[in-house]
Design a protein around this ligand. Structure first.
Ligand SMILES: Cc1cc2nc3c(=O)[nH]c(=O)nc-3n(C[C@H](O)[C@H](O)[C@H](O)COP(=O)(O)OP(=O)(O)OC[C@H]3O[C@@H](n4cnc5c(N)ncnc54)[C@H](O)[C@@H]3O)c2cc1C
Ligand SMILES: *[C@@H]1O[C@H](CO)[C@@H](O)[C@H](O)[C@H]1NC(C)=O
Ligand SMILES: *[C@@H]1O[C@H](CO)[C@@H](O)[C@H](O)[C@H]1NC(C)=O
Length: 529
């Protein structure tokens, strides 16, 4: 545990002024650390639940960067804010109720696949395309194409498994299951531990899904969605990867949902403000426990200050292991486990050229599919990490759309590459069939604009049957335990909403006995049938 004497004294000294400032004793102070999907949703629903309950909250959101959205990150080719493409989280689906309802309520518009990109999707195994399909073809034709290649039974079984799994998950939104103090308990209640407890490969095999279909189409989905082969990802994330029918995004950028949530929450937002320490302080007059938060400003890296307000509740809304927060004695009653994350390189670039057919072993006259997913070659061993990418060498390359080059005023292609390692000029030269200089761009480069980004994108979702629960201390909550279960914008927003509910219940002194003890036997029966 951190021992910071100077800070301790400062915190106690400031505590008095914090109380004095909040002259209205009934105002409950809540700190949210992180303004991604989870933190924004927590702020938004806190306001709503508090208003309904008639409690007064003052929410402060601390965000390290100078923007809202976290891993939901919209990028502007040629640094032109009117040209927008997702470099982080890009899609969601209609049954993502929190996102979809927020989008609709906030007057934001959905956008579906860009019409001016090539609609063909191909799965490449490093040697050849094992499958291609035109996504704009009528559904009967697409179904026929899949059946001709993989038979009818595999696709039908996977579709059924996906539908039943999604239906089980969606019950988490129902009053009977929401809120929850234990994610592990809920996963068990909903019969989802048997899906998270095995690999996607085992889960599909146990359900008699044809191995060729699993290794081809399903694995291409887990690789593009979670940078993982089927043998290294649990069954639930595998099913989530297959539940992308009707995928959509917010016109102009997904981050707008979270920005608007924060706006409407009425929270005080401290951007460029990194939380570096949290300590428990007790108020001698009321003997109440509160939390002091130490921050550092983004521009002044060596100076730290103690935030003038102390907090009744703290919501940690980011993966704790990367947050750089040191917590004082007694803040965490449950340790937050470190979990392995995938390091993903997401590279966006523009070029007037199409991808080289030769790179993919296609005839010179052939057109490379607009979306290239990958799977393992016959000769590959399915290992995890960088080696797990196999002969293909990358996870996906897709044409996102077109952007106008301000210099030439011409429309160019916008590409996105997912890879486990940084993309090199040598690789790009082969991919485009033209020499890319060591600086990537320049007057003689086929690449006109280039922006790589490295994310700790999501956990390596190895099978597991226990999850970090959201209550980690007295009045201290944590949202990212959700990520080992399912890592998406929606699930993290759901966890933010769940924590908001728990905080307000706590303020009202309600004991949510049900979630702690699990469900009654009869309730379980009704779910399982
Ligand atoms: C490349 C990529 C593609 C993805 N694709 C999809 C997709 O298509 N669909 C989908 O639903 N999901 C997708 N995901 C997953 C999705 O982005 C995440 O699950 C979700 O956005 C996580 O939200 P969060 O709020 O939990 O965390 P984050 O978005 O990581 O937000 C945490 C915030 O906390 C801030 N922070 C961290 N430490 C501190 C500190 N000490 N003090 C103050 N602030 C701090 C960070 O700056 C950040 O803004 C993708 C992720 C990546 C990386
Ligand atoms: C609300 O929180 C902000 C930031 O933490 C603080 O400046 C403000 O004084 C607080 N307001 C009340 C009424 O407590
Ligand atoms: C955050 O820091 C960046 C870079 O130092 C600066 O450009 C921006 O104006 C700052 N934003 C806020 C809200 O302080």
């Amino acid at each position: 545990m951190r021992l910071n004497h100077a800070f301790g004294t400062a915190a106690v000294a400031l505590l008095g002024s914090g109380f004095a400032q909040a002259s209205d004793e009934s105002v409950r102070q809540v700190a949210i650390v992180g303004a991604g999907a989870a933190g924004s949703s927590a702020a938004y629903f806190l306001r709503q639940f508090a208003a309904e309950a008639g409690v007064h909250v003052n929410v402060t959101v601390f965000e390290k960067t100078d923007r809202i959205g976290g891993r939901t990150l919209t990028t502007n080719p040629f640094n032109d804010p009117t040209q927008r493409f997702e470099q982080g989280a890009s899609i969601f689906v209609k049954v993502n109720h929190i996102l979809y309802n927020a989008m609709t309520e906030f007057g934001l518009s959905p956008s579906y696949r860009d019409a001016d990109v090539d609609s063909v999707m191909g799965i490449w195994d490093g040697d050849r395309f094992v499958f291609t399909i035109d996504q704009n073809a009528p559904s009967w034709w697409k179904i026929l194409k899949v059946i001709r290649k993989y038979g009818i039974s595999g696709p039908r079984k996977v579709q059924h498994l996906t539908a039943t799994t999604v239906a089980k998950f969606l019950r988490l939104y129902e009053p009977q299951f929401f809120p929850f103090e234990s994610l592990t308990q809920r996963a068990e209640d909903l019969g989802l531990l048997e899906v998270t407890g095995v690999t996607g490969e085992q889960y599909l095999e146990a359900n008699d899904v044809d191995a060729r279909y699993a290794r081809g189409l399903v694995q291409a989905s887990t690789r593009v969605n979670y940078a993982s082969n089927l043998a290294q990802i649990h069954g639930l994330d595998t099913m989530v990867s297959m539940a992308a029918d009707g995928a959509l995004a917010v016109e102009g950028g997904n981050w707008q949902i979270f920005h608007e949530m924060i706006q409407r929450s009425g929270a005080v937002v401290a951007l460029n403000t990194t939380v570096i320490g949290i300590d428990k302080v007790s108020d001698s007059t009321t003997s109440q426990q509160r939390y002091a938060v130490q921050t550092r400003s983004g521009s002044a890296l060596d100076s730290s200050t103690t935030h003038p307000v102390t907090f009744d509740h703290v919501v940690l809304a980011n993966p704790f292991q990367f947050s750089g927060i040191s917590v004082g004695e007694g803040v965490l009653e449950t340790a937050i486990d470190e979990i392995p994350y995938v390091q993903l390189h997401v590279t966006i670039f523009t070029s007037p050229y199409r991808l080289s057919p030769e790179f993919f072993g296609l005839p010179t006259s052939a057109k490379v599919p607009g979306m290239v997913l990958t799977t393992l070659a016959q000769s590959d061993t399915p290992s995890s990490g960088v080696g797990g990418v196999g002969k293909a060498g990358f996870l996906s390359v897709s044409m996102l759309g077109q952007a106008t080059n301000p210099q030439t005023k011409r429309r160019e292609y916008v590409y996105k590459i997912f890879s486990p390692e940084a993309v090199t000029p040598e690789f790009l030269s082969r991919l485009l069939g033209r020499s890319v200089p060591s600086g990537f761009t320049g007057s003689d480069s086929p690449i006109s604009w280039y922006l790589p980004h490295v994310f700790n994108s999501y956990p390596r979702a190895l099978p597991r049957v226990t999850f970090q629960d959201p209550v980690v201390g007295a009045g201290v909550y944590y949202t990212s335990g959700m990520e080992s279960f399912i890592s998406t914008m929606e699930t993290n927003a759901l966890m933010g909403k769940n924590v908001a509910r728990l905080v307000v219940d706590d303020m009202q002194g309600a004991t949510v006995a049900k979630s702690k003890n699990g469900l009654a036997w009869e309730e379980k029966q009704s779910i399982l049938v």
